[in-house]
Design a protein around this ligand. Structure first.
Ligand SMILES: C[S@@+](CC[C@H](N)C(=O)[O-])C[C@H]1O[C@@H](n2cnc3c(N)ncnc32)[C@H](O)[C@@H]1O
Length: 284
């Protein structure tokens, strides 16, 4: 049982239930982040067996498929995967599953990617350990998370929301205040990669330029995030409209929209990490 489950602060499954809200807002931003996540990989991935873990609505899966890889998408949320299948006309196979216990064989896949998923874990190294376990010797693992500095739009939207009575759900507080800071710097993420059983670890810190996104798109992104979308969906149309207007007013004169992210690249070392979980498979 993971630490997160023990202290009761695990991200609830229901958090990512509203896949339509995600597809109508955050997806546009995450599609761009997926391009940045995969920037160090070749443009042609034909014939490679790839897994997109925590695939959501498929930002990474679609890009891997576009480059010719054979992609399997895994996520804990059945509704996010249903939206992924809808958008890809069922061309990408999906499996409901948890990054902490992947129901996949050891030492199998050429490329395993987890975009903005390990930041949902109390123990990120456990998630990376699973990515490393299922990647074949000589294969490649990519995992991303956000950098430490939030763009001011986040605080602006949060302040307006709180003024309307919004309360951040406890799982989000745990994720944002406790778990994400543990992996938000290159040295910290590097150490997590090695603890998870990766070798040749490289962490790149980049800022994705999203300044071309219209302010409405930026708002749709913030208001469609999993911890906010259910609150916004519960407002009557008038209140929703006035909230949006208040955010637009408060968001004037912000600097260009950019998001800091960290990209971890590595290869499985072939050795079990000391605290590996679950202990199974031939190489354990
Ligand atoms: C921020 S979204 C990112 C989705 C996608 N990777 C992207 O870049 O657009 C996080 C996703 O991770 C999934 N997720 C959260 N915790 C997970 C876990 N323990 N195992 C598998 N998926 C998880 C959520 O359901 C959600 O779809």
């Amino acid at each position: 049982v993971s630490a997160a489950l023990v202290d009761g602060a695990d991200v609830p499954l229901a958090a990512y239930r509203d896949a339509a809200a995600w597809a109508g807002g955050p997806q546009r931003v995450y599609d761009r982040l997926a391009g940045a996540a995969l920037a160090r990989l070749p443009d042609r991935l034909v014939g490679l067996r790839a897994v997109d873990v925590g695939a959501g609505t498929g930002a990474v899966s679609r890009e891997l498929a576009r480059r010719g890889a054979d992609v399997l998408a895994i996520d804990r949320s059945p509704s996010m995967l249903a939206e992924l299948r809808r958008q890809t006309s069922g061309r990408i196979p999906t499996i409901v599953g948890d990054i902490r216990r992947l129901a996949l064989a050891d030492d199998t896949y050429d490329l395993v990617v987890a975009a903005f998923v390990i930041n949902h874990l109390a123990d990120a190294a456990q998630g990376v350990g699973e990515l490393a376990r299922v990647t074949r010797r000589g294969g490649h693992v990519v995992a991303t998370t956000f950098g430490a500095d939030d763009h001011p739009i986040k605080a602006v939207v949060d302040d307006v929301l709180v003024g309307y009575g919004f309360v951040h759900p406890p799982w989000y507080r745990a994720l944002k205040d406790k778990w994400m800071p543990l992996i938000a710097t290159p040295p910290a993420l590097h150490a997590v990669g090695e603890r998870g059983g990766l070798t040749g670890v490289a962490v790149n810190s980049i800022e994705v330029d999203l300044s071309d996104l219209p302010i409405d798109g930026v708002l749709d992104y913030r208001l469609g995030l999993a911890h906010i979308a259910p609150y916004v969906a519960g407002l009557d149309p008038e209140t929703r409209k006035s909230l949006r207007n208040d955010v637009l007013t408060a968001a004037r004169d912000l600097p260009p929209f950019r998001l800091p992210m960290l990209v971890l690249n590595g290869r499985p070392s072939g050795e079990s990490p000391p605290d590996a979980h679950p202990p199974r498979g031939a190489r354990r």
